[in-house]
Design a protein around this ligand. Structure first.
Ligand SMILES: Cc1ncc(C[n+]2csc(CCOP(=O)(O)OP(=O)(O)O)c2C)c(N)n1
Ligand SMILES: [Mg+2]
Length: 459
């Protein structure tokens, strides 16, 4: 058995939705238990300074009554900037200490040392995959690659909370989720080598193909969830039947209309969908502070969707909040918006150079919050990371690296005509017309003997 432990087809059962209510988040418009003084926007997370508070004459002033308090019937603006770290659900501190949580402890209470080691192994293997794929791109073996570096906890934690019947709509760096859904990581590289539109069977894995059109799959996921609902696969009480759908997207995607539209449809239909936003603080070179003036999660309640902000570098907390959200969806309780606050430790893709737009101090700040290191420290403190396990995992990672290198180099060259396959399940006149045009185009390069001309001779 591999050191990655429990099989992707057999995640630990998520527990039922707890009746306890989480304390109001600092950005909530709900009345706060203690002081209602908004926390000052801070830069405690090492990112660029949070957006300034609204100025007189701006939205906040316009919402105030002449007496200075909020106008009757008008909701006040949400509190805190998009980088505020107050209100994040956390179960493991950056140094690996377990902290208690009144709501989410119960979701991780059943996790054994084996489960924690399995999560650790997943994260280590996915990081090795990232490293190998990046090196292969540099060697010209891949056209492009997008790392998951730094986001392993958000992906493995949330992915491990899924059940086999759940269905995931990823964007393009969800390699950790792909791994726990049983997708061969080398198949992910078929897309990045350009030999395939996808590389795996979405139905077999409950894991859709990667989506490069930012935010579009939030709509696909919500529509799919509405279908699941209409198929009677929600709220039956049968753990093997009730199904949830997850859309993974980034902070930048929340600026797209598609994501807002999916929130509308999810809310009014009470669709069994979890809208899982990995806020890695960057949309290529655009920081979250240029796209939001309040936490991204704070948008969802305005649509009527409950939201939770979680420390996305904490694998346990990511597991717990996702388990709760999935249980809500499967039981017919409707959608949840999860904002996993994390950091893109690497470049956007291999075509990007982040030193052009962010500081090495910020990168160093987040290196000290590495999600893998956090779980390693926790396991060590529990005495649950024996040397033999570490040695076995290192050997498994080395074998994975070799497997990736060999498999990618031996991927064949598809015919260019294959790009027209699988566009639709049934024949389609438009695709046939494109295929015929492309064949004529390719034939136009052949010389009179029907052979391809020598390199450069047609120029
Ligand atoms: C509709 C659309 N607009 C623009 C782009 C170009 N683009 C590719 S990645 C990206 C940034 C996405 O940022 P985010 O959603 O935060 O995801 P991340 O890459 O950080 O995981 C953009 C704008 C695109 N692919 N699709
Ligand atoms: Mg981002």
């Amino acid at each position: 058995m591999s050191s990655s432990g429990f099989s992707p087809a057999d995640p630990p059962a998520a527990r039922p939705v707890p009746s306890a209510t989480a304390p109001a988040a600092p950005w909530s418009v709900r009345p706060q238990a203690a002081s209602t003084t908004p926390p000052a926007p801070t830069d405690t997370l090492g990112g660029p300074a949070a957006a300034p508070a609204p100025t007189p004459g701006g939205g906040a002033a316009a919402l105030s009554s002449s007496a200075g308090g909020p106008a009757v019937g008008v909701l006040p603006p949400v509190e805190g900037g998009p980088l505020a770290d107050e209100g994040l659900v956390q179960l493991l501190t950056p140094t690996g200490e377990r902290v208690a949580h009144p709501v989410y402890d119960q979701y991780v209470a059943d996790l054994t040392d084996d489960d924690l080691r399995a999560m650790y192994a997943d994260m280590v293997l996915v990081r090795r995959f990232d490293t190998e794929a990046t090196a292969l791109q540099r060697q010209g073996e891949l056209a492009l690659f997008a790392q998951a570096l730094g986001q392993e906890a958000a992906q493995i934690g949330s992915g491990r909370a899924l059940r086999p019947q759940d269905h995931v709509f990823p964007s393009y760096r969800e390699h950790g989720v792909a791994h726990v859904r049983g997708v061969e990581l080398t198949d992910v590289l078929r897309l990045f080598r350009g030999v395939d539109h996808g590389g795996w069977d979405p139905v077999a894995h409950g894991f859709h193909l990667y989506t490069l059109v930012i935010g579009s799959h939030a709509l696909h996921a919500t529509g799919y969830a509405m279908g699941v609902q209409r198929d009677g696969l929600v709220g039956t009480g049968d753990d093997e039947r009730d199904t949830a759908v997850v859309a993974y997207f980034g902070d930048g995607a929340t600026s797209q209309g598609d994501v807002s539209e999916s929130l509308v449809f999810a809310a009014v239909n009470q669709a069994p969908v979890v809208l899982f936003c990995q806020n890695n603080q960057w949309a290529i070179s655009e920081p979250t502070t240029r796209q939001a003036s309040a936490p991204l999660a704070a948008r969802a309640p305005g649509f009527g969707i409950p939201a939770v902000r979680v420390d996305g570098n904490d694998v346990l907390a990511s597991y717990a909040v996702t388990a709760q959200a999935l249980a809500r969806a499967r039981s017919g309780g409707g959608p949840t918006f999860v904002e996993a606050f994390t950091y893109r430790m690497g470049a956007h893709t291999t075509s990007d150079d982040p030193s052009r737009y962010r500081s090495s101090e910020q990168e160093e700040h987040w290196r000290r919050r590495d999600p893998i290191e956090r779980l390693r420290l926790h396991l060590e403190a529990r005495g649950a990371l024996p040397d033999e396990f570490v040695a076995g995992l290192t050997a498994e990672a080395d074998a994975l690296g070799e497997h990736i290198r060999e498999t990618v180099r031996s991927m064949g060259h598809p015919s260019s005509a294959s790009m027209f396959e699988h566009v639709y399940a049934t024949p389609h006149a438009g695709v046939e017309a494109d295929r015929a045009w492309f064949e004529r185009y390719e034939t136009s390069f052949l010389d009179q003997t029907g052979h391809a001309p020598q390199e450069g001779s047609h120029r």
